[in-house]
Every structure is written in structure tokens, then in C-alpha cells.
Design a protein around this ligand. Structure first.
Ligand code: HEM
Length: 274
């Protein structure tokens, strides 16, 4: 169960900062820039992106059919706590019915285009299938408060979109521009302190590691990173970063590769409840 006070929905009404403490002790006020206030005042994330001249993220060349208008998608995206699921939804990779139902084979198809290995996909699809009593599907818009909800998350997309939590995440960037694996791990430490729990700590570490492996850009030394814009598109806008390209060889990102075998069994237990 989450112990962090539930963050107020950001859009609308005005989001309430959840006592973020930036590295170096920056106050919440200094950690949240002016454009966040504009967002909190009722602008949508996509409008914020337009103002900054940002694109709308990656779009699949083979979009699945979608029962929602563009405006409906913007509103519905904010109900999806997972940046990867929101990204697949907005990119047209995930087939979703009007009531939010996603069939597990459709989730599997979308995940297989992103890069996770077959074992990782199995853990993720089982986890999705166990979020409600209906076998073979899950509801994309009813994941907040589900059994996959865990402690220690960034809170950016928890019960709405909270840009001030994104600024807290970015405040862990050592150069102020990029988020590296170390930066994400440091941020995870902070989130775990705010909202403790072993289940959350491990799940959050696994999620942040996979998200960087799947959507991050590759530096010259082979390590992955997010630019500020990549991270904002993913976490705040719920879009796959426009810098992302489908992997030439999908199915390569495994939890074992990124975290080690012990983490896989722990993650499986926690994500799949066994
Ligand atoms: C490539 C696949 C995936 C990646 C990279 C990924 C990544 C992430 C990340 C990084 C977060 C943490 C967000 C934060 O702390 O702000 C998250 C949260 C979440 N993910 Fe995913 N995810 C993936 C697939 C899935 C699937 C298949 C489900 C199943 C329905 C799912 C359900 C969730 C839920 C419910 C949360 C919110 C947890 C909470 O805040 O307590 N994710 N995911």
C-alpha cells in the first residue's frame, strides 16, 4: 500500500506538490519551474508540448484501429499510470476497446515491438491479466489502485499527471540535461524514502531499468540515457520519445540482462504475485 499522500489530480484542478526534496535541498518551489504552473493551471500536457515546439512522440507506421478521438486520447492517457502503456496507446501500437479493455494477445503484440524478451513479456502480460477477474484481458484505464500499484513510484502519472513530480525526477540529473541509470537509481532512492516498501523498491528499480533500456538513447560508451525531452515526452505526455526507433532485433531486453537472475525471480514474485 502506498504511504505517500495521494497526489492531487493535476488537470484540473491545481496539482498539490507532494513535498518533493530535490538533491542539494532545493525547496519544492525552486524545483518546479514556471511552465509547470501553467500546466497546473489547466493546460494539457500536449499543449505544454506544443508551446515548447515538441513533437507528439513516436507514431507507429502500422497503427491499430482506435475507437477514440485525438481529444479523448489526451484525456484518457492521463488515466494510465504506466508511461510505457501510455506510450504504446498514444503511438497506436496497443489495441484498446472503448471501455478500456485490452486483450492479452494484443498487449503481447505491442510489447513484442518494443524490445522486451519473451520471458520479460510473459511476466508483464501475466501481471496485466491478474489486475482483474476477467481472464485474458485487463482494463487500461483502471490500473490506478490495482494490485500492480506499488510503493516508491515517481508519482508522475499516479492518479493523473503531476509535472512537479517530473521536475523532482529531473533534479537528479547530474548535468541537468540527461538522466542516466545512476540518476534514475538515485531518484528511486528518494522515492523509496518518501514511500517505503520492499515490493515497491524492487518493482520500481526493475521498471526504471527496463524503461531506460527500451526507450533510452545509446551513448558512445554503450550506456543508455534519456534527454530531458525524451523523459518529458514519456513520463509527462505519455508518449514514446520521438527519438525512439523500433529495435532492429526486438525481444532482447530481459530483466536478467539488466538486473540479474535474483532480481528476475523477485520481480516475478512481486509483479505476478507468486
Ligand atoms: C516495456 C514494458 C513496460 C515498461 C518499460 C514499463 C515501465 C514502467 C515504469 C518506468 C513505471 C514507473 C513509473 C513511475 O514511477 O513514474 C511503470 C509503472 C507502472 N506500470 Fe509499467 N511498464 C511496462 C509494462 C507494463 C505492463 C504490461 C503493465 C501491466 C498492466 C504495467 C503496469 C504498470 C502500472 C500499474 C504502473 C504504476 C505503478 C505505480 O505507480 O504504483 N506496465 N511502468
Amino acid at each position: 500500500m502506498k504511504t505517500r499522500p495521494a497526489a492531487a489530480p493535476a488537470i484540473p484542478p491545481t496539482a498539490k506538490p507532494t513535498n518533493p526534496v530535490a538533491p542539494g535541498g532545493a525547496s519544492p518551489a525552486t524545483a518546479v519551474p514556471a511552465r509547470t504552473e501553467a500546466f497546473q493551471a489547466g493546460t494539457t500536457s500536449s499543449r505544454a508540448a506544443d508551446l515548447e515546439g515538441a513533437s507528439h512522440g513516436y507514431t507507429s507506421p502500422t497503427k491499430v484501429e482506435c475507437p477514440f478521438s485525438a481529444d479523448e486520447k489526451k484525456v484518457l492517457s492521463q488515466k494510465i499510470p504506466c508511461p510505457a502503456l501510455a506510450g504504446m496507446f498514444n503511438a497506436g501500437m496497443l489495441k484498446v476497446e472503448k471501455d478500456g479493455t485490452v486483450k492479452i494477445p494484443d498487449l503481447e503484440r505491442a510489447l513484442s515491438q518494443l524490445g522486451p524478451s519473451a520471458v520479460t513479456r510473459k511476466v508483464l502480460t501475466n501481471g496485466a491479466d491478474n489486475t482483474d477477474d476477467v481472464k485474458g484481458s485487463f482494463n487500461l484505464f483502471k490500473l490506478n489502485g490495482s494490485n500492480l500499484d506499488h510503493t516508491g513510484s515517481s508519482g508522475i502519472r499516479q492518479d493523473g499527471v503531476h509535472p512537479e513530480r517530473f521536475e523532482l525526477l529531473m533534479s537528479f540529473s547530474k548535468d541537468g540535461q540527461r538522466l542516466t541509470a545512476k540518476d534514475l537509481a538515485d531518484a528511486g532512492e528518494q522515492f523509496a524514502k518518501e514511500d517505503p516498501g520492499l515490493r515497491g523498491r524492487v518493482t520500481q528499480l526493475a521498471e526504471m531499468t527496463i524503461v531506460l533500456e527500451v526507450f533510452g538513447q545509446r551513448a558512445a560508451d554503450g550506456t543508455r540515457f534519456f534527454t530531458r525531452e525524451d523523459a518529458r515526452q514519456l513520463f509527462v505526455d505519455g508518449c514514446i520519445p520521438s527519438s525512439w526507433q523500433p529495435p532492429a532485433l526486438p525481444g532482447k531486453v530481459g530483466i536478467v540482462d539488466v538486473l540479474g537472475g535474483t532480481a528476475l525471480s523477485l520481480f516475478r514474485q512481486l509483479f505476478n504475485g507468486r
